[in-house]
Design a protein around this ligand. Sequence first.
Ligand code: NAD
Length: 381
Amino acid sequence: MKIGSPKEVFAGEARVAMTPDSALQLQKLGHECFVETGAGTVAGFADEAYTAAGVTVVADEAALFAAVDVIAKVRAPSDDEARMLTPAQTLISFFNPAGNTELLELCKEQGATVMAMEMVPRISRAQKMDALSSMANIAGYRAVIEAGNNFGRFFTGQITAAGKVPPAKVLVVGAGVAGLAAIGAATSLGAITYAFDVRPEVAEQVESMGAQFVYLDFEEAQKDGAETGGYASVSSPEFREAQLAKFREIAPDIDIVITTALIPNRDAPKLWLADMVASMKRGSVIIDLAAERGGNVEGTVPDEKVMTDNGVTIIGYTDFPSRMAAQASSLYSTNIRHLLADLTPGKDGVINHNMEDDVIRSATVTRGGEITFPPPPLKIK
Ligand code: NAD
């Protein structure tokens, strides 16, 4: 089959869904590879590097869409891109099918097969295709780097001839994939790192990464993640009050807060309130990784950096993976390549879109002129 990646049209998006390395692997599966000219330039992959890897570079997006059977993208297609799809084509990208119902309808009308990367189920077999995790890992790491860039001091404590420097104190709220990556980056820079999550089972993971878990003086245990598929559920009002009281107590002592707390299918819970921001020291930094879903922090403005009256910087950027476009493209293109490997079981360049396969079925959101989202429950957990 012919597989191609266009240059992303979403403003500021620097990632690309195919790299020269992933193209080499796709060719081993029997596929031919194409990119639109300039598709990888911002991420650091020049047209010449693609050509050297056996990829055909085509002049524009329309030519790319006309040339290939499978389009691999990062962002959901624009309406113009969706209108170029044909019933014979498959599009693979992030799509947010629950929130993009009109786009889903348009792709159905076009008759194309669409696979949404965020719908890849989080089962062991599919970890290599889990783009939500690979991008969350980058977001967590980059959040720490961004915090450091806006924090006027060292993370690590030092005793030097020029004076004694205390270590920075970092609090990570939400210890999922992004939070654990942030803990790893902050501890490796030498900060004293604390973390909190409503799922009690993550305390061990937090501690194994060198951070201290923040325990609440509260008797009611939160639901174990095993009951909720590993995701958080909404806290009881009493638990939430105990959590806010603990945050209020520690806020004046924390230099950097990184929030990542999400609950599936809901707005992000507000956890770091205006009075906590107001009690932080001048020069402190907050990175709100939940900004796109409404933010965990009162005062976050999505895609902006704001400075409060008391000198606290609040960063609500929603494009952290794109800010590390080379790394993000390498990992994302590997996720796509693994998905295509499952779609090409014979390694003969022939795609077998097996709707009996849990992973392929879950990710497929339109096919044959039908909307196939939401998927049925998984057969294998
Ligand atoms: P997420 O992005 O949905 O949420 C981030 C974190 O915020 C979660 O740890 C959640 O518990 C926490 N949170 C929610 N409300 C909170 C609150 N009020 N206060 C503090 N923290 C709060 O999470 P994620 O990174 O997508 O991970 C979700 C689950 O999926 C985890 O159990 C993770 O281990 C699991 N996972 C499994 C696989 C796999 O098996 N292939 C891959 C990735 C993630």
